[in-house]
Design a protein around this ligand. Sequence first.
Ligand code: 2NL
Length: 380
Amino acid sequence: MAATAQRMKRAHARKCWTGARDVSDGTNAATSVGWRDKVLEELQQLEAKALDALEGVTAIEALEAWRIGYLGRKGELTVIVRSVGGLPAAERPAAGREANRVKAVLEQAYEEKAAALSQQEMARRLSDECIDVTLPGRPVEPGYIHVSTRTLREIYAIFAEMGFQVYESPEVETDVFNFQLLNIPLYHPARDMWSTFHTTREGVLLRTHTSPGQIRAMREYYPEPIRIILPGKCYRYEQVTARHESMFYQVEGLAVGKHVTMADLKGVLTQFARKMFGAERKVRFRCSYFPFTEPSAEVDMDCIICGGKGCRVCKNTGWVEILGSGMVHPQVLRNGGYDPQVYSGFAFGMGPERIAMLKYGIEDIRYFFANDLRFLRQFA
Ligand code: 2NL
């Protein structure tokens, strides 16, 4: 079977080669030499033509087209090589040798051209895509500490010197911790001091001040004495104006111990004002009211803008309010676990944005969270 197929294939090749029809018996030697010469001539012409065409090839794609055109399965050389099989047996070896030689020459030329082109391509990419790694990098613009964060850090540092450590607590709170344990019962008119964001879950809200964290701290540290400051974001359902935001920071402080007095409160807060705003600051304590302190006091300092003479910032009073304070209410101490017969404490609260506004002369609290870089960059 294999032999028959071979014969049929050869017969087909003979038919395909023009002029081969007459020599199917392969007896006419003189004529067959003519055909062989014709094949040899065709091979040599093809060799010259192919090498000539290869000269003009300058791109990888054109080289591939060249390869397919001459050496591919249906390429010109392949067609001639196949036709060699149609020659009389005696003529095949010489034609075959020549065909192989031409094939080897073209393949060799192809390889050389491919190598040259890929080298050219490499040289082009090396020069076109070259990166000068010795160039200095583009500078990365440094970020900035937000003015609120910066002010908070200054506050931490001042109180750290007086032995206060930072305590943090959740922003989502319960009505019990945010109000009731701070001596602000349900339905009590003192609630009107805070407009509150309530959640859809009964009794859960966004803290209106950091005070609920003070209760948590007392319950955690009892019966140890306490000296903490409690910074964090607070939320109030406010009409937003130049002086009020619905989100703002608060820093509260709490000191609890066996002999803590109002003199301690006055000493600590006077020291704070002088460290923050200048050693020459004068402070005054003015009676006030908070449900969680008794007595309560507002702390004012002489106006840093006009030095107490009177200006727009101090509304011509010569004084500006910087924080609220008081002695911890006995009921609040009790709610934190401390017996008010044995322990006493003072507490205070301030808005760091307000502190920063006074310190840097910022006129509108809305700048703090408007994310305008022209504002924020000034505190780099
Ligand atoms: C203000 C006033 C204040 C407190 C906060 C406090 C907390 C506990 C007990 C007693 Cl647990 N007091 N906090 C006391 C007085 C004033 O804040 O104007 N803040 C911006």
